[in-house]
Design a binder for this molecule. Structure first.
Ligand SMILES: Nc1nc2c(ncn2[C@@H]2O[C@H](COP(=O)(O)OP(=O)(O)OP(=O)(O)O)[C@@H](O)[C@H]2O)c(=O)[nH]1
Length: 618
């Protein structure tokens, strides 16, 4: 049984909630979904688990991008409801028929919903009973040697790429874990309703059965709609298979980027981007620097540019004429692939680039492309929005304001610097100290790297140069205790801020991570600052996620302190490879609070989100 089903606009206006389901949701699963998943560009996930005291829900959603609607179903996590995807897709289809932006009362949809739910439940039940079906799927899939896998009992456990865990659990990359075969079948069915072009080859189960179910579904749907306030005037459009190299014959969508003689896809994409920016875009992504970018891109396009350009121009014209149709995944894919590659060349971790593209695709699918708008620029604009949203801090951490607030309470503001070895913790701690001194804040350093020989002396040198006090107890002491004593000392001597240096540690080093967790738990600092190198690529994700994981797992507290902010070092050495900033923020949800860009005390800056986004997309 569902707990709730809601329909709201992307602007947050709730249009309809299911009155059948009067259960008040515990906690705030919808808010959390929006904040932690949809706004964080994780909407490409298959589902979201909400866990709060006394409330454990799974949430699933779908978008109608063209109408700007969001459909969310909430149910108890333990339930594994089989019909939710199917139901959501039917609700989306039928609600879009009655939707009118000027209307706010959708009580007419109550009856329609009831019918849809019954239908979805009945279909799930029907598929469940049909045990032969599963066996047929297995034999058919095994014959075809396709990706779809089954468990030993013959149940389908997924159509996505399977990751085989060491513990033997088969996990789907799309977030499903050992789902009941029927769950997947229902999903398949839902998607058939959405996309009419499913062939027997890529269908996961018996085609006759499928067609029977489909015709049954559509017949019922007709009845349902006639009961609703408006008849279904929209005819289903059968999507033709795309033929990539065909010339446009009639007014049909073929938004492929032009192909050069040498067939270099990346070059084609760059060329297409030039076209898009100079001619077709309604909205220029980098309006202020279009000339400069054209120059850069020209270098990449090289000698083949002229030919590509003219081909791209005609292709663009056709695209513009046909610009009224709804975007489909296949239309978006070439542009998304280009963007993903581009993000990866900027050092964005592959996993993050993939998730972002998935999320952008989800936000654009089904949307109508305006006339004279190129698909590549639409995708790029959506990606730009997503990047700005991710990199813009969700909550402001104003250190100076917080320092003064702590001072009023008669205690020092405590910052702990954590990170792997050699990333620049001590050096950048000293830069932060210098920055605070500039703002008339008194600072004390705490030498809590009692592990690496030379660490205390290194910090002492910075303290001497900056003429600030340092609290030190030498080596092989418990850093948690040293930090505690340092804070006590700062309280006594009236220092405004204590900057705690800690030993560098690898994210997998359990004893050192345990010691760090203890230090944080015991001293509850005001800010846990993760210091990470801007040079890092895929490892950024591993470092940050494991630091957070270990801090959570090894803490004694039910509400463990995690990383609050990021200090990115060595920015001066990375040229345009700025992707680590994005990877780190995406994976941790923590903002980049400072950027270290050199080896002197003044080399500390704030992240410029606009320029990072610009560089990432260049
Ligand atoms: N170019 C450049 N170098 C930096 C920057 N920040 C730190 N460094 C250099 O990075 C090296 C390591 O810096 P440390 O401050 O010793 O690093 P750490 O993280 O404290 O090292 P451990 O305590 O061993 O983990 C030093 O040579 C620093 O000068 C930066 O922003 N730019």
């Amino acid at each position: 049984m569902l707990e709730q089903l809601l329909i709201f606009t992307r602007g947050g206006l709730i249009l309809w909630t299911c009155k059948e389901l009067s259960n008040a949701l515990k906690g705030s699963p919808i808010d959390t979904l929006i904040r932690s998943c949809l706004l964080e560009e994780r909407s490409g996930l298959a589902s979201y688990d909400y866990d709060a005291p006394g409330a454990n829900y799974t949430l699933k959603w779908t978008f109608h991008n063209d109408l700007g609607l969001v459909f969310v179903a909430v149910y108890q996590k333990i339930l594994h409801l089989l019909y939710v995807d199917d139901l959501l897709s039917m609700v989306k289809r039928e609600f879009s028929v009655v939707y009118d932006p000027s209307k706010t009362d959708y009580s007419c949809f109550d009856d329609v919903y009831r019918q849809l739910r019954l239908e979805a439940e009945a279909r799930a039940e029907e598929i469940k009973k049909s045990s032969k079906l599963g066996a047929r799927i297995v034999s058919k899939k095994q014959e075809q040697g396709q990706k779809t896998k089954f468990d030993q009992g013959g149940k389908r456990i997924g159509g996505g790429n399977l990751k085989n865990d060491n513990d033997g659990d088969n996990k789907l990359e799309n977030g499903y874990v050992n789902g009941d075969s029927l769950n997947e079948d229902v999903k398949q069915r839902g998607s058939v309703n959405d996309k009419e072009n499913m062939s027997s080859n890529n269908g996961a189960f018996d085609v006759n059965k499928l067609q029977k179910l489909r015709s049954k579904g559509s017949k019922k749907n007709d009845t349902v709609v006639s009961k609703g306030s408006k008849p279904d005037t929209k005819k289903k459009v059968t999507k033709k298979n795309r033929v990539w190299d065909e010339k446009p014959q009639e007014v049909k969508l073929d938004y492929t980027d032009p192909v050069t003689e040498n067939g270099d896809e990346h070059v084609n994409y760059v060329a297409a981007a030039i076209e898009g920016e100079s001619m077709m875009d309604k909205e220029e992504v980098f309006s202020s620097d279009s000339e400069e970018e054209e120059e850069d891109d020209d270098q990449v396009v090289d000698g083949s540019k002229a030919g590509t350009k003219s081909k791209g121009w005609f292709s663009s014209m056709f695209q513009s004429i046909a610009g009224k149709a709804n975007l489909e995944r296949a239309d978006l894919e070439p542009a998304l692939k280009g963007l993903k590659d581009r993000l990866m060349t900027k050092n964005v971790a592959e996993e993050i680039a993939e998730k972002l593209c998935e999320s952008v695709a989800t936000s654009l699918e089904g949307k109508k492309l305006g006339s004279f708008t190129r698909i590549s620029s639409t995708v790029q604009a959506a990606m730009e929005d997503a990047l700005v949203r991710i990199l813009t801090p969700k909550r402001s951490i104003d250190i100076l304001r917080d320092v003064h607030a702590a001072k009023e309470q008669g205690k020092p503001y405590v910052v702990v610097f954590v990170g792997v070895n050699g990333v620049g913790k001590s050096t950048n701690l000293a830069k932060v100290a210098y920055w605070l001194l500039q703002h008339k804040v008194s600072v004390m350093m705490a030498a809590c790297d009692t592990f690496r020989s030379g660490a205390v002396e290194q910090l002492r040198t910075h303290a001497r140069r900056l003429q600030i006090p340092i609290f030190e107890k030498g080596y092989e002491k418990d850093p948690a205790i040293v930090a505690k004593e340092a804070i006590q000392e700062a309280t006594r001597n009236g220092s405004d801020v204590v900057l705690v240096d800690t030993a560098g540690r690898m994210q997998d080093n359990e004893p050192l991570m345990r010691a760090l967790s203890k230090l944080i738990y015991l001293n509850s600092p005001d800010l846990v600052l993760f210091v990470g190198e801007a040079l890092v690529g895929n490892d950024a994700v591993d470092q940050l996620s494991k630091f957070n994981q270990k801090l959570a797992d090894l803490s004694n507290s039910p509400n463990p302190r995690l990383i609050d902010g990021i200090l990115l070092t060595k920015f001066d050495t990375i040229d345009d490879k700025v992707g680590a900033a994005l990877s780190m923020v995406y994976i941790s949800g923590a903002p980049v609070m400072f950027v270290g860009c050199g080896q002197s005390y003044t080399d500390l800056k704030k992240l410029n989100v606009k320029s990072i986004v610009k560089t990432l997309l260049k």
